[in-house]
Design a protein around this ligand. Structure first.
Ligand code: HEM
Length: 183
């Protein structure tokens, strides 16, 4: 069953990477490739969510909760998997609701910022998964530069919390401003 998680987890990682690439191409390029990227984004996102749900479900079925929660490595792996799922779910809803206008004007920046943030999350989830199976990658050195030691850290560094608070305030202000503009 361990192998089933390893196999299934490649679906969300592959589709999320593809969706991120399509968002960048659809946002910053013109021509046929950009048109195809914008048109095909929604199905790719839906497949990524189905793959993620399958990988998460099998993760919880295969390993006992006590084992999952015993080490910072596994806890962070699960946390990053849920952050990735949350961010790409938000992108999916935005693209689904906005339809053809999802890439219009400044809207594309919301998709780009969310997709780049989501890539960091799923890259971290995959990297930690690799550490769980004994296959380390150079990406953990990038995490280490940010103060995250993959085997021991289970907290958000203070600067991360500060950035999250600032992003929250900025989004609140943007929301109020755009509501006033509409009203
Ligand atoms: C989107 C969700 C997830 C992704 C993309 C993901 C990704 C991965 C990857 C790439 C590996 C390494 C597989 C290998 O190279 O053999 C891995 C291993 C692992 N994952 Fe996940 N994972 C996800 C969710 C979860 C969840 C929800 C749990 C637990 C409840 C979990 C527990 C584990 C464990 C325990 C391992 C180590 C497996 C072993 O030792 O054979 N994962 N994961």
């Amino acid at each position: 069953m361990n192998g089933t998680h390893a196999m299934l987890s490649h679906f969300p990682i592959g589709f999320w990477a593809l969706a991120t690439l399509m968002i960048l191409v659809g946002s910053f390029m013109t021509g046929r490739l950009a048109d195809i990227s914008r048109a095909a984004l929604l199905p790719v996102l839906v497949l990524s969510l189905l793959g993620a749900l399958a990988a998460i479900a099998i993760g919880f079925i295969v390993w006992p909760m006590a084992a999952n929660l015993a080490s910072p490595l596994a806890r962070n792996h699960i946390l990053m998997a849920f952050w990735s799922l949350g961010i790409y779910s938000a992108i999916t809803v935005l693209v689904w609701k906005a339809g053809d206008t999802a890439f219009d004007g400044a809207r594309r920046w919301v998709l780009v910022i969310l997709a780049l943030t989501g890539s960091l999350m799923f890259a971290s989830a995959g990297t930690l998964g690799g550490h769980l199976t004994g296959s380390t990658t150079a990406f953990s050195q990038v995490l280490s530069l940010m103060g995250w030691e993959v085997y021991t850290t289970f907290y958000s560094p203070l600067w991360v919390i500060a950035v999250m608070v600032l992003i929250g305030i900025a989004l609140g202000v943007l929301g109020i401003m755009s509501q006033r503009r509409i009203g």
